[in-house]
Ligand binder design. Structure first.
Ligand SMILES: [Zn+2]
Ligand SMILES: [Zn+2]
Length: 119
């Protein structure tokens, strides 16, 4: 099991299952949402993810048709990314994990929009 939380600690979650794979998304939408070079995600079964605190404080934003991003309404920490079309899966932001993820990122998406300012 993995546990995770947002920056302010209001939202806490548990993942009762394995991380199927981890991805880094370099798309410009992830850059905007994360305020960073990329968005790192752990792909898990939706049924494995349980919000154990602060569910009412989660804001959901449809960043494009059929795609929903969720974040803490207080601190803005990005929590999940999900496609309605594949609702049995959900991508949880690796940066909010409290249990260290021991695996490696296996997929990089939209590498064509990697920013040029990376070291
Ligand atoms: Zn928060
Ligand atoms: Zn992205």
């Amino acid at each position: 099991m993995y546990t995770g939380s947002c920056l302010c600690g209001a939202v806490r979650y548990e993942i009762h299952g394995d991380v199927d794979h981890a991805t880094i998304c370099w798309c410009t939408m992830c850059q905007k949402q994360h305020g960073a070079a990329n968005g790192p995600y752990a792909n898990v079964a939706s049924s494995a993810l349980r919000i154990v605190a602060g569910a009412a404080g989660i804001t959901r934003y449809a960043s494009s048709p059929g795609v929903e991003r969720a974040f803490c309404s207080v601190c803005g920490a990005n929590l999940t990314w999900q496609m309605a079309e594949h609702s049995s899966r959900i991508a949880v932001t690796l940066g909010t994990f409290d249990t260290p993820y021991e695996g490696l990122v296996t997929d990089e998406l939209h590498t064509d929009s990697k920013p040029g300012w990376l070291p």
